[in-house]
Design a protein around this ligand. Structure first.
Ligand code: UT7
Length: 331
């Protein structure tokens, strides 16, 4: 039996900070409303000259260094993002070029904020079935570049960042690794969170720019409703597949979209706040990067120990909802 394991994590965050009081000067909002409604105090925003592949590269370098894996040892690079450098080529190929990972296949995956967990599950299959030794999963979103900073409904929510994981096959005697993954999608919610223009349905034109159609649009209330239900359903499926119960979870990493959604999930799952990783206050919603950044930071700070059972659940554009349970460690 070969276990697919996360060998190491990495992350990258822009240094520029956007606070709630900065936003008070930009739109009709208040620090109190943002904190009470979302739990966000500040978020990081990429420089204008920084692209998604730049953040991916920095996170990947850290993960490869921590894993002691050389770029040429990679068999596959998957980049999960909804803000690629450009529609094509894939951002994964641009990252491959910068890493000089010449032996790796490379492709992008779009699953909104669930991107890291979708990519983790895909990577697991390649490691099982293709005989691959190492797969790099990188997720980065620079949502600030598609956020309308005149729309108070969305502009207070998002931050930029990147997280990376190096996955490999552990040996048969070890018990660390991915215990279960579960992916869902409901395309009936495709227009609840989307960017209307810039694709084949509505190519860029003067009109699309004038009408702000290159910015993300969201029906927050409906996404909130979907998330509160889907996160529990996905978690229960994951636990059943892994033969575990909520009491077995040592670390809970929910997608960081809204503190109220996180609190509802903790209550429904009876998982204590002390076991839950929370970054939303300082980093906002970083889309697909939220979970890997939280995990990478926790590993760096020694908050995740070998043997810990980690439950990760995310939801996002699609609508998608996905999760994974892993036992942390490399053996
Ligand atoms: O990562 C996945 C994608 N995103 C999400 O998961 C987001 C999920 N949804 C949410 O987190 C919440 O729905 C939001 C934080 C987006 C909004 O919270 P809400 O409790 O659903 O508020 P709402 O949209 O129902 O708006 C309530 C009121 C409205 O005013 P009226 O119509 O009641 O007078 C909004 O206009 O709050 C108003 N509002 C604001 N007020 C001050 C909306 N945005 C703001 C703002 N500042 N920034």
């Amino acid at each position: 039996m070969l276990n697919v394991q996360i060998k190491a994590m990495g992350h990258a965050l822009p240094t520029r900070v956007l606070t709630n009081s900065d936003l008070e000067k930009m739109v009709d909002t208040s620090n109190d409303w943002i904190i009470e409604t979302t739990g966000i105090i500040e978020r990081r925003i990429a420089e204008d000259s920084t692209s998604t592949s730049d953040l991916c590269y920095d996170a990947a370098v850290m993960a490869l260094h921590n894993a002691k894996v050389k770029p040429e040892q990679l068999d596959l690079i998957i980049v999960a993002t909804v803000t690629p450098d450009m529609p094509f080529p894939s951002t994964a190929c641009i990252v491959q070029k910068r890493l000089e990972a010449w032996n790796a296949a490379a492709f992008d995956l779009a699953a909104g904020c669930s991107g890291f967990l979708y990519a983790l599950s895909v990577a697991e299959k390649f490691l099982f079935t293709n005989g691959y030794n190492y797969v790099l999963v990188v997720t980065s979103d620079i949502l600030s570049k598609i956020t309308d900073y005149t729309d108070r409904n969305t502009c207070v929510l998002f931050g930029d960042g990147a997280g990376a994981a190096v996955l490999g096959r552990g040996n048969s005697s070890g018990d660390a690794g991915i215990l279960s993954t579960y992916l869902t999608a409901d395309g009936r919610g495709a227009d609840l969170l989307y960017m209307p223009a810039g694709g084949s349905a509505l190519p860029a034109s003067e009109q699309t720019v004038r009408e702000h159609l290159h910015y993300l649009k969201m029906n927050g209330r409906e996404v909130f409703r979907f998330a509160s239900k889907a996160m529990v359903e996905v978690s229960e499926n994951l636990l059943e597949k892994a033969g575990l119960g909520y009491q077995d979870i040592d670390v809970f990493i929910p997608h960081q979209a809204n503190m109220r959604i996180i609190k509802t999930a903790m209550k429904n799952m009876q998982i204590a706040e002390a076991k839950t990783l929370i970054t939303i206050d300082k980093l906002g919603n970083m889309s697909a990067a939220s979970i890997p950044v939280a995990l990478s930071m926790a590993v760096s700070e020694g908050k995740v120990k070998p043997g810990d059972v980690i439950l990760m659940v995310a939801f996002g554009a699609g609508l998608t909802c996905a999760g994974a349970i892993i036992r942390w460690g490399w053996n």
